[in-house]
Design a protein. Structure first.
Length: 386
């Protein structure tokens, strides 16, 4: 068992440290406060080939694995650019994995090079009455000649301001109570479109990315834009759940370590009663505890990504990694704020923003509760509880 990164992986990590380090807290705080996407940062990732890491070489990508993508995501996040790593989810994960694994030759030729160059996607899956219970979706696509006509509503859909394509999960056949997964299809549409309306939410965090209620009113998508098999989208979607969860886990670990570094630097400089507050065990122990939790979570993330790259079942390992990473990162951010005291509560501190953005990772892309359901059922062998 070898825990060393390869030379190529270390070079990738160093590149991401450098690129992310060029964007400081002033930049990311302004992105947060102005509620705008970091388009220049995302374009830099594309220019450096990072958005094409997992896309096959014949389409302009690097053909690397999920572990490499996690290493890059963590490194960018560790130097403060965690807010910008959503580009990986909006491109290489949603787009790259879906099309590489389920697209037609024509779809691969058209779409994969565009993703390498920075094209952004949105994923329209969740509905007001359908989240983890995906079989409850009601958005319906009716065949009309060479098109599907989509009608329905989606909820909590992000990235619509910048996305040029949208992956829409919908029903193309009425629900069959004997096989509820049947009849669910994934369609790939273009944005913007006059028949697609969205209304943004005000949020606690992740202000660099819009999140919306989304409405389809006779939205036409060519039938040739079905991704995977019509009526059997779940089989394809299952292949991208693990990458999405692991990339977000890697992001969380990086952000957690960034928060710890900010706290340690502050504690070394801040003196009270004649000595740095870093000399007190009351501050040292919580930060040391946070560091231990993050290091353990990283090992699980890397293991799960390695399993995925080997073509092995990574489902349980992935949800375990996601749970460990997001809990550890949020704890680290909380302790960082406590270390900075009043300064940590101020927006410009950076750790306040990190805390707000990390809070959402305990709910998406899979909630704590669904993680525990999965582990209890599929690892412990207990009866399904939901």
């Amino acid at each position: 068992m070898d825990f060393d990164l390869s030379e190529d992986q270390r070079a990738l990590q160093d590149l991401c440290y450098k690129l992310g380090g060029d964007f400081d807290d002033v930049y990311w705080n302004s992105i947060d406060q102005e509620k705008r996407p970091p388009l220049d940062f995302w374009q830099l990732l594309a220019d450096q080939g990072l958005l094409g890491m997992t896309i096959p070489e014949e389409y302009g990508g690097s053909g690397l694995g999920l572990l490499d993508l996690c290493i890059a995501t963590e490194a960018l996040s560790e130097v403060g650019a965690g807010d910008g790593t959503s580009a990986f989810v909006a491109g290489p994960v949603f787009g790259g994995y879906l099309i590489s694994r389920g697209g037609t030759p024509a779809q691969k030729d058209e779409i994969l090079p565009a993703l390498v160059n920075g094209e952004m996607w949105a994923g329209a899956f969740t509905e007001p009455d359908s989240g983890s219970n995906v079989t409850n979706i009601k958005t319906f696509a009716e065949r009309d000649g060479d098109d599907f006509v989509v009608r329905g509503q989606k909820m909590f859909i992000s990235n619509l301001k910048v996305a040029s394509r949208i992956a829409v999960l919908c029903r193309t056949a009425k629900r069959d109570e004997k096989n509820r997964m049947a009849g669910i299809t994934l369609l790939l549409g273009r944005l913007p479109d006059d028949n697609v309306e969205y209304r943004p939410f005000k949020k606690m965090g992740t202000n660099y990315m819009d999140t919306n209620a989304l409405f389809f009113d006779n939205y036409r998508i060519p039938a040739e834009n079905v991704v995977g098999e019509e009526g059997n989208a779940w089989r394809l979607l299952y292949k991208v759940l693990n990458p999405e969860r692991l990339v977000i886990s890697a992001m969380a670990i990086g952000m957690g370590n960034y928060a710890i570094r900010k706290a340690v630097d502050y504690a070394k400089e801040r003196s009270v009663w004649g000595k740095p507050i870093a000399s007190h065990q009351g501050l040292q122990f919580p930060l040391a505890e946070a560091r231990i939790q993050l290091e353990c979570a990283r090992l699980k993330v890397y293991e799960a990504a390695w399993l995925f790259d080997q073509g092995r079942d990574a489902g349980v390992a992935t949800v375990m990694a996601k749970h460990a990473a997001c809990h550890a990162a949020l704890y680290a951010a909380d302790r960082a704020i406590q270390t900075l005291g009043g300064a940590g509560y101020i927006a410009d501190s950076g750790v306040e923003r990190i805390y707000r953005n990390l809070r959402g990772t305990r709910m998406v892309p899979i909630s704590d509760e669904m993680v525990l359901n999965t582990v209890a059922q599929h690892d412990l062998g207990m009866p399904r509880s939901y």
